[in-house]
Design a protein around this ligand. Sequence first.
Ligand code: ADP
Length: 222
Amino acid sequence: MRKQFIVIGLGRFGFSLTRTLVKNGHEVLAVDKNEHLVQEVSSIATHALQADCTDKLALQELGAQNFQHAIVAIGDDLQASILITLLLKELNVPAITAKANNEIHGTLLSKVGADHIIFPERDMAIRLGQQLSSESLIDYIELSPDYNLVEIKAPTVIDGMSLKELNIRAEYGCTILAIKSGAQINISPRADERISGGDLLLMIGSNEDIHRLVTDWERKVY
Ligand code: ADP
């Protein structure tokens, strides 16, 4: 579904976000107080405008109140980030996502009404740390503080074994949702399905269980 976003702040984060949203078929009004950045983004964004968004009237003239989703992508200027989030809330924008540089910034953003707060640097560092700590963990999505959806590379030690033999559900409480083998994807694999080393396994489970399974595989328990 095509959605309308307003992205305020075209630093590295806001700029990349604008590009990704447009690539995915959405409409983006990209705004910054810096004219150069507005010019730069104009070839990518659906619309690009220069404005100081700490001014409520300027925000209204941009039509911020008509957007389904606003993203406040300002990290360094704490005051501007907080004030703009507050104004968007006052304009009844249904969904406001704001970028925070640190925990205090994040707390302030949630107090003034941001619906979703992101910590790009912290989250990227955690993600990279997780990936670098394990040879088999390719990627993950945090479903809740306790549960993750992960993509794991099957180690050669389990090559040729079936899901049943590996006892993934009973022993580890994890569920394999799909097995990607080269270009082929097997969704909802059966228990007798065999895994080849190097296959990508999409798996859901608690952090603790996934950690236990990956550690066993890496220690070649089988
Ligand atoms: P990043 O770390 O992603 O590069 P920055 O915090 O450095 O993010 O960039 C924020 C951007 O937001 C800058 O381009 C800046 O010009 C813009 N900005 C800051 N204050 C305002 C404001 N009041 N109105 C519109 N844009 C703003």
